[in-house]
Design a protein around this ligand. Structure first.
Ligand SMILES: Nc1nc2c(ncn2[C@@H]2O[C@H](COP(=O)(O)OP(=O)(O)OP(=O)(O)O)[C@@H](O)[C@H]2O)c(=O)[nH]1
Length: 324
């Protein structure tokens, strides 16, 4: 019997808030005729990302207990092995890593684990870059640089938030770190899918040139200065309190807030309110109705440096006032 064909794996990476979920949703919403298994890993103990992935036919596996590049690599191997046992179930695997993941150990998984190596192949590392903030992140985050260095395809995303000159500067910096990756300038991650998926682009030799110990190294650096604060409330939040609180907070503390995201319940409101932020830029939209069996619990996650968990909790709780 001929061996089963190897399944391509695409790793989506990029710093916090760059647009990875936006790209994933774009892929899943398109009529591509393929069946993808999706693995989402996020930072922060309450899962929000997997809840923001479009309701597609694809199965989404969540990994919320740690960073994919550290503690949960064993979980990744187990999920992939589990997937492999279901014959003919899907054509390819897409992994969305947390914005803080170093892609090297994730990529390494596909070469060092025998079982995994026999069944799947790393097709490409696709890195989404937030053009507005990438230069600041390159100055203070080793992971941001690794994500660019390891990429096979790079989306220079959020082109609407920079001038033409700034975009050229971003291009120059990125090409200085990685001259091999294909670059695409994008708005909301709009890119033809064939530029991202099943490219057969991952080149182990190139990686070994950047990181000669790639296949043997087991530990890597991690930015411990970044932490998360997760808040939940089963009492609906008053929008007239919550929105000004968040605006004030991001105005004052935005420098340290690398990312915030939340799914919120407002009193007598049938729709979920989704809030997203990167530093001072925040966006809120009503998304979809709460499902009848879905608990109307508000969840909000902050990821950043020097976060004052007690003050955040207090501010959040002050927005949750039972309607009398
Ligand atoms: N202005 C602008 N906003 C964008 C663009 N692409 C995505 N966004 C917004 O940026 C925010 C973050 O996007 P996500 O796709 O959630 O980013 P992410 O990389 O998955 O974030 P994490 O998983 O938290 O690291 C959302 O509010 C998006 O709507 C773009 O091209 N321009």
């Amino acid at each position: 019997m001929a061996p089963a064909p190897s399944i391509p794996v695409t790793v989506l990476t990029g710093y916090l808030g760059a647009g990875k979920t936006t790209l994933l949703n774009r892929i899943l919403s398109e009529n591509h005729g393929r069946k993808y298994a999706v693995i989402v890993n996020e930072f922060g103990e309450i899962g929000i990302d997997n809840d923001l992935v479009v309701d597609a036919d694809e199965e989404v596996f969540e990994m919320n207990n740690g960073c994919i590049c550290c503690t949960v690599r064993g979980d990744l191997i187990r999920i992939i092995e589990g997937l492999m046992k279901r014959k003919g179930g899907f054509d390819a695997i897409i992994i969305e890593t947390t914005g803080l993941a170093d892609p090297a150990p994730v990529a390494q998984t596909f070469f060092v684990d025998e079982e995994v190596r026999a069944r799947v192949n790393l097709d490409a590392i696709v890195t989404v870059v937030d053009c507005r903030y990438v230069l600041a992140r390159l100055a203070d985050s080793h992971e941001a640089e690794e994500q660019i260095a390891f990429a096979d395809v790079i989306l220079l995303n959020k082109t609407d938030l920079v001038t033409g000159e700034q975009l050229q500067e971003v291009r120059r910096r990125i090409q200085a770190i990685n001259s091999q990756a294909r670059l695409h300038e994008t708005l909301n991650c709009v890119v033809p899918l064939q530029e991202v998926l099943e490219r057969g682009a991952f080149d182990l030799d190139r990686i070994l040139k950047i990181e000669p110990n790639f296949l043997s190294e087991d530990d890597h650096e991690h930015d411990d200065s970044v932490a998360s604060v997760s808040l939940t409330s089963s009492v609906p939040l008053r929008p007239e309190r919550f929105i000004p609180w968040l605006q004030q907070l991001t105005m004052e503390r935005g420098q340290d807030i690398l990312r915030l995201k939340g799914i919120l319940a407002f009193p007598a409101e049938e729709q979920r309110y989704v809030v997203q932020g990167v530093h001072m830029l925040i966006q809120g939209t009503y998304q979809r109705d709460w499902k009848p069996d879905e608990p109307r619990t508000s969840r909000l996650v902050f990821i950043g440096r020097n976060l004052d968990a007690a003050a955040l909790r207090q501010g959040f709780e002050a927005c949750a006032v039972p309607v009398s």
